[in-house]
Design a protein around this ligand. Sequence first.
Ligand code: IMP
Length: 202
Amino acid sequence: MKFVLATRNAHKAEELKRILEELNLDCELFTVADFPGAPEVEETENTFEGNALLKARALAKFTGLAAIADDSGLCVDALNGSPGVLSARWSGALENVDRANLELVLEQIKDVAPENRGAKFVCAAVAVFPNGKELVAVGEMFGNLIDAPIGENGFGYDPIFVPSGFEITTAQMLASEKDAISHRGKALNQLAQQLSEVISKD
Ligand code: IMP
């Protein structure tokens, strides 16, 4: 079966490919980059699932293939769940965006005591089939925010996020270590399981 992934991010494509291969799923994976002219979809929903479905529905319609999309972000307890679906655009910065976003969150929680700095990363991964069938999987990774960035790996808010049960940030982990506990890893694994059930019924 052919799938198209609603991302130009090679890392995301590789991660999904690896998970699907581990499940021995017989499928061929394309990305949006293989379909010139594919629509850029604005993320206008207020849930991760809603935004992921917008992207996958548009791509399934454009390509005629089953489309897979994800949407993710950081939800901070002391900020009532923000930045949430606005994580990628939180600071409004146009340059050094990841750094500016992270610094804004640090500024917003600077008076919050360490014991109240709980946060979670959330990822919704969805698949939309040309016949309209939709699959949704959600993964979460809980942890705490520290008050200054540490670590060079990963991206986004990784340098200030220490997952529960660890003493290092996700920016200090190897990609494989993070994938094993991450919101994205969990959501993609769940989605891959659901896909394998759908494919084996066909
Ligand atoms: P998107 O799912 O590609 O739209 O990413 C949303 C935003 O959430 C990213 O730009 C990051 O700011 C943040 N984010 C999502 N997942 C992670 C992660 O694993 N580490 C750090 N930041 C993340």
